[in-house]
Write a protein that binds this ligand. Structure first.
Ligand SMILES: *Cc1c(COP(=O)(O)O)cnc(C)c1O
Length: 482
């Protein structure tokens, strides 16, 4: 008998291997699977200085200097703390122009955990979105998906496509407790295909989890059925894998038959139903910069590998340094561990539980990466054109120096055909938790600040937009208080 068989027999005798530290001890609570070895001091400026800073930033939290911010919950993008192993990996950077060894580490990690055959690095997620959109969309084609994401949709539009939202209706309802609010409405999709013809569909754009609806997951049953539907009509299925580790956690927690499967196993199965993926490694992959594309199809790979040279860099670095690719490879291995994701989502839920206890309106169920405050219910007296979510982000900053961001009418932008504001049903302010950065005590301080702003809600007036950039206006728009 080979030693491998002996090992698996031994494993069978011992029963399932504990995947998390909590299971090891037979207990339910989680704790972070790491300790802190280096710290970065924080400071908080006084109220008068915050008022000045916010005025100078045009009431847009994207335009604040981070030195003027106390707890920074603007985004979880590129804000993770890297581990000692990732920093050690940075020292192994092979900065050769071509064929860097770190590219091969990245390729191996993506193949192993996401399962796709071909990998193309990019400088970040939108670099990957640019390449895949231009490669796969013919002008005039439609791109159905489970709710839009800002940069994803813009690249699809710039490539001549039109995004069509076919997420289930529950995704647009902040109070619906549906366990998989990121699921695709297969009937909506099928009727779109029958109405427009499969030739008009560039590909299906699937995101796990769905950021704009509150970090809500897609179920395995849904992706499986989506795959079958796409196969029936010969449509390619591409995945925005940015937060798929978190999506896998929700499948493990909520979907029948997955409780005893690891996050890694669930991810492999899920990706197996798709033809390829793009990635912002700045999220789940625990790095400060980077992204990648991965596909199975040889000719699509050839096309992407050729395009990356124009916009990003040679296909073995794609706009990244060798050391960045090594950090991603290590980050994939660390990020996919059950303990890591449990603690990550556990911290988001901790904040969500505090706010829920105080009856502050947030999107339920709490998703994977952030708490989304429901600005419509926060400020029922403010019309959407007075930018309630933007106002709420400004008020939280004034109260405590905590930075959040708008995810409502400003982020939704204008309809390219009519030029009018798109008016999303969801008008949210996002408190995004960076990975491995803040402690539970920070979360207490955040919750108390949101409560103070909530208690003062009746006297809050809205904002007026005084400057509007053409693309992705939420990043640079300027406002004035009414
Ligand atoms: C962040 C993000 C992107 C874009 O990636 P960048 O690295 O910011 O360019 C795309 N899709 C989703 C779901 C994201 O969260």
């Amino acid at each position: 008998m080979s030693s491998r068989e002996e090992r698996s027999e031994e494993a069978a005798r011992q029963g399932p291997v504990p995947r998390t530290m909590g299971q090891q001890f037979g207990r339910r609570s989680w704790a972070e699977p790491w300790r802190i070895k280096m710290v970065e001091p924080l400071r908080v400026i006084d109220r008068e200085a915050r008022e000045r800073a916010l005025r100078e930033a045009g009431y847009n939290t994207f335009l604040l200097r981070s030195d003027d911010v106390y707890i920074d919950l603007l985004t979880d993008s590129g804000t993770s703390a890297m581990s000692d192993r990732q920093w050690a990996g940075m020292m192994l950077g092979d900065e050769a122009y071509a064929g860097s060894r770190n590219f091969y580490s990245l390729e191996e990690a993506v193949r192993k955990h996401y399962g796709y055959r071909h990998v193309v690095p990019t400088h970040q997620g939108r670099g990957a979105e640019h390449l895949i959109s231009t490669a796969c969309i013919q002008p005039g084609q439609l791109v159905p998906g489970n709710m839009y994401f800002t940069t994803t949709r813009l690249h699809q539009e710039l490539a001549g496509g039109r995004f069509v939202d076919v997420v289930i209706d529950e995704a647009h309802d902040p109070e619906s407790l549906h366990p998989f609010k990121g699921d695709v409405d297969l009937e909506k999709l099928e009727s779109l295909i029958l109405r427009e013809g499969a030739d008009r569909i560039a590909y299906f754009s699937l995101a796990g989890t769905v950021n704009m609806s509150g970090g809500q997951p897609v179920s395995m049953a849904n992706v499986k059925a989506l795959r079958a539907l796409c196969d029936r009509h010969g449509i390619r299925l591409l995945l925005d894998a940015t937060r798929m580790f978190e999506n896998a956690f929700f499948i493990q927690e909520r979907e029948e038959g997955y409780a005893n499967r690891s996050i890694a196993e669930i991810l492999r199965e899920f990706c197996g139903y798709t033809d390829g993926a793009w990635m912002s490694a700045k999220k789940d992959n625990l790095v400060n910069i980077g992204g990648w594309l991965a596909v199975d199809d040889d000719s699509l790979f050839e096309d992407l590998r050729n395009r990356v040279v124009i916009y990003e860099g040679l296909h073995t670095y794609g706009g990244l340094a060798g050391r960045d690719m090594e950090a991603i490879a290590v980050g994939i291995e660390e990020g996919i561990q059950d303990d890591q994701i449990r603690a990550r989502i556990g911290q988001v839920r901790y904040l969500g539980d505090l706010l829920t206890r105080w009856e502050i309106p947030i999107v339920q169920p709490v998703g994977g990466h952030a708490i989304f405050l429901d600005a419509r219910r926060f400020y029922p007296h403010l019309d959407q054109t007075l930018f309630p979510s933007q106002t709420l982000a400004a008020e939280i900053y004034l109260d405590s120096g905590i930075r959040s961001m708008e995810r409502g009418i400003v982020s939704a932008g204008r309809d390219p055909e009519t030029g009018d504001h798109r008016r999303p049903r969801l008008e949210l302010t996002r408190l995004t938790i960076p990975r491995r950065v803040y402690t539970q005590a920070h979360m207490d301080v955040v919750a108390e600040s949101v409560k103070a702003v909530y208690d003062a809600r009746a006297s809050t007036r809205g904002l007026r937009m005084v400057y509007e950039p053409k693309y992705l206006r939420f990043f640079q728009a300027l406002f004035e208080p009414l």
